[in-house]
Design a protein around this ligand. Structure first.
Ligand code: TYM
Length: 336
C-alpha cells in the first residue's frame, strides 16, 4: 500500500485564469489540510513551446504568487519549480524508454498543440506526457488534482506505471494514480464560445477571466459573455445543447460551492441579466482579493524565490532517494 500523497503541476505560461483556479488550484487548496501535497511550477513543460527567457522567469514567480494568493500554505505544502529537481528529467528519460511512440501519437493535447504542422513541433512537445508521468511518479504520488483536459495524460501515467512495474517485475513499485477531477466543473469553457475550453492561449482576452483582472474588467467580460435567448431553465435537462449557459451556471455553482441543480432552483425562469449581476458579484468576491494579493506578493521577489528554494530542497530530498531505488531496479548505478 502506498502512502497517500498529492502531486500536481501548473505551467508558468502567463496569466492564470478562472479555469486554472476552479479546475485545479481551488482543489489544491482544499486538499492541503487532508494530504501531504506537492505542487510544482512546471517550467520544463513550458519550454516545449518557445518562451521568452525574461517573461518565463517572471511567469514562474507569478505562478508561485498565484498559488500563495489562492490560499496555499508554503510551509504545509512543498511548492517548487520543476527545473530545480533534476530527478524529474532523469526519470522522464527512463519513461521515454518505457512508453511507446504509438501512445504519444494518440495524445489529443499533442494533436491540438502541434496543429497541422506536426513535423515542425518540438520533440519535447511529443514526449511531454512522459515528463508529466515522471513529475508524479518520482514522488510515488497517489492522487493528482487536475482539470478534465489532463485526464488522458493521467491515463498514460497509469499505463507507464503498469508497464514499468510489469517489465521490471517489481510488484506495485509505482502507484497507479487516481485523478481528482472536479465533478460539476471539470472544464471551464471560453466566455466567447461554450465549445472551447477557457485557455491562456486563446487570442481574445474577452474569452477568459484572469486572476489579476480588475472589478471593471470582470464586469465588462461577464456582461459580454455569450449566452442565448432562452430564460434560465429550472432543471439540468434544460441546459442540453446550451453550452454557454451551462458554463456560466457551473462557474456560479463552483464559486459558491453549490450544486448546479441548486443554482437552477434559485434562478430558473429568470433572464440572464439578473443572473449575470449575481455571477459578477461572486467572481469579484472570490477573484479580486486573489488578484490584489498576487500584485502584493510580486513586490517582494526575494520572498517568492525563498519559497521556491525551500520547496526545491524538500522535493529534491524525496526525489533523489526514489531515483536511486528506480535506477537500482533497472540495473543502473549512479556514482555521484
Ligand atoms: P496547465 O498549466 O495547462 O493547467 C493547470 C491546471 O489547470 C487546469 N485547467 C483547467 N481546468 C478546467 N477548465 C479549464 N478551462 C482549464 N484550463 C486549465 C488543468 O487541467 C491543470 O490541472 N500538463 C499540465 C501540467 C502538468 C501536470 C503535471 C499536472 C505537468 N506535470 C503533473 C498534474 C501532474 C498542464 O499543462 O496544465
Amino acid at each position: 500500500m502506498h502512502k497517500k500523497r498529492v502531486f500536481s503541476g501548473v505551467q508558468p505560461t502567463g496569466n492564470l485564469h478562472l479555469g486554472n483556479y476552479l479546475g485545479a488550484i481551488k482543489n489544491f487548496v482544499d486538499l492541503q489540510s487532508k494530504f501531504e501535497c506537492i505542487y510544482c511550477i512546471v517550467d520544463l513543460h513550458a519550454i516545449t513551446n518557445r518562451q521568452n527567457p525574461k517573461e518565463l522567469r517572471s511567469n514562474i514567480l507569478e505562478t508561485v504568487a498565484s498559488f500563495i494568493a489562492s490560499g496555499l500554505d508554503p510551509k504545509k505544502n512543498i511548492i517548487f519549480n520543476q527545473a530545480s529537481v533534476a530527478a524529474h528529467s532523469e526519470l522522464a528519460w527512463v519513461f521515454n524508454c518505457v512508453a511507446r511512440i504509438g501512445w504519444m501519437n494518440r495524445m489529443t493535447q499533442f494533436k491540438e498543440k502541434a496543429g497541422l504542422n506536426k513535423e515542425n513541433a518540438s520533440v519535447g512537445l511529443l514526449v511531454y506526457p512522459n515528463l508529466m508521468a515522471a513529475d508524479i511518479l518520482i514522488y510515488k504520488a497517489t492522487h493528482v488534482p487536475v482539470g478534465e483536459d489532463q485526464k488522458q495524460h493521467l491515463e498514460l501515467t497509469r499505463d507507464i506505471a503498469k508497464k514499468f512495474n510489469n517489465d521490471f517485475n517489481c510488484g506495485e513499485y509505482f502507484p497507479i494514480v487516481e485523478p481528482l477531477i472536479p465533478k460539476e466543473i471539470s472544464r471551464v469553457m471560453s466566455l466567447r464560445d461554450g465549445k472551447k475550453k477557457m485557455s491562456k492561449s486563446e487570442d481574445s482576452d474577452q474569452s477568459r477571466i484572469n486572476l489579476k483582472d480588475t472589478k471593471d474588467l470582470i464586469n465588462q467580460k461577464i456582461k459580454k459573455a455569450k449566452t442565448d435567448n432562452e430564460p434560465i431553465p429550472s432543471e439540468i435537462d434544460g441546459l442540453k445543447n446550451r453550452s454557454e449557459a451551462a458554463n456560466l451556471i457551473s462557474i456560479y455553482g463552483s464559486l459558491n460551492e453549490i450544486k448546479m441543480s441548486e443554482v437552477l432552483k434559485e434562478f430558473g425562469g429568470k433572464n440572464f441579466s439578473t443572473f449575470k449581476s449575481k455571477l459578477i458579484e461572486s467572481i469579484v468576491d472570490k477573484i479580486c482579493p486573489i488578484g490584489d494579493e498576487i500584485n502584493k506578493l510580486l513586490k517582494d521577489k526575494s520572498h517568492l524565490d525563498n519559497i521556491l528554494a525551500l520547496g526545491a530542497k524538500r522535493a529534491d530530498n524525496i526525489a533523489k532517494e526514489n531515483l536511486k531505488e528506480i535506477y537500482k531496479i533497472i540495473g543502473l548505478t549512479k556514482f555521484t
